[in-house]
Design a protein around this ligand. Structure first.
Ligand SMILES: Nc1ncnc2c1ncn2[C@@H]1O[C@H](COP(=O)(O)OP(=O)(O)OP(=O)(O)O)[C@@H](O)[C@H]1O
Length: 245
């Protein structure tokens, strides 16, 4: 319980400018160790940019980011216990088997163990297929498989439920709950409040939430009865005009 007060992820005053447009403006929030933390906001709000900056895939124009209590700018080991599921996974032009073996090698996991896991996984049916030719959902599942090889302690997940069919969604919900109950920390980015509701309603889990809109944090805090109201206040716009003729 003591760990819950430790901020294992901290995003401080983080700003990003693309082509003179400020897409993140002094974004500041933290994630407590051992919690599931929802990061929610509409399309283009800045969620993926925040996660990419937190993992040093994108450089910020200002601010500091800490993962696993380490500055991502100053400490290249910040990602030792980190697993990142990106919104649009990128894979090399390799078979599933070769790619998972490479990932295992980089994490010091024996070939035998990787192949045994692959054989027992539903991904095995695509073992000799090129990663690039997998469907959207199976690409996501391949990302989860790679994480399961080395079992990180901190997870950043950008739209993890996108593209998954109901049975894989269900399995992923259960797996994330299991990870959090064992003390893991999970930051989940999504547009969809109902994806987070199951975690928010689970009394055995510690669940927090941060909301972002137009590159600014509009709410961050622990679970409250007002989560839905807060969400509606910021995000439910009556009409956006997309389908007007
Ligand atoms: N490489 C880039 N070059 C220019 N602008 C970018 C780039 N990447 C992101 N942006 C802009 O930054 C803003 C935030 O984008 P981002 O992808 O972080 O939002 P998001 O909240 O993840 O959106 P979504 O939920 O639609 O995926 C958007 O206006 C986007 O167009």
């Amino acid at each position: 319980m003591e760990n819950l007060n430790k901020k294992i992820i901290e995003i401080k005053q983080t700003t990003k400018i693309y082509h003179s447009k400020r897409v993140l403006n002094k974004v500041t929030f933290s994630v407590r160790q051992g919690t599931i933390h929802g990061f929610i906001g509409p399309n283009g709000a800045g969620k993926s940019t925040t996660l990419n900056i937190s993992t040093r895939l994108v450089l910020p124009n200002g601010g500091e980011q800490y993962i696993d209590f380490k500055s991502v700018r100053n400490n290249p080991n910040f990602n030792q216990r980190l697993g990142y599921v990106t919104a649009e996974p990128k894979f090399p032009n390799l078979t599933v088997e070769t790619h998972v073996l490479d990932c295992g090698y980089l994490r010091g996991i024996s070939e035998e163990k990787v192949l045994q896991k692959l054989t027992n996984s539903p991904l095995n049916q695509f073992r000799y297929q090129n990663c690039l030719s997998l469907s959207t959902g199976w690409k996501k599942i391949l990302q989860f498989f790679i994480l399961s090889l080395y079992q990180p302690k901190i997870y950043l997940m950008d739209e993890p439920f996108n593209g998954l069919d109901p049975s894989f969604r269900h399995e992923l919900f259960n797996e994330l709950e299991r990870i959090a109950k064992k003390g893991g920390t999970i930051l989940i980015s999504t547009h969809i409040l109902s994806d987070l509701q199951k975690f928010a309603d689970n009394e055995e889990l510690e669940f927090d939430m941060t909301m972002i809109k137009n590159g600014e944090i509009v709410y961050t805090g622990t679970k409250t009865a007002d989560i839905e109201k807060t969400y509606e206040k910021y995000f439910i716009e009556k009409k956006r005009g997309l389908f007007e003729l």
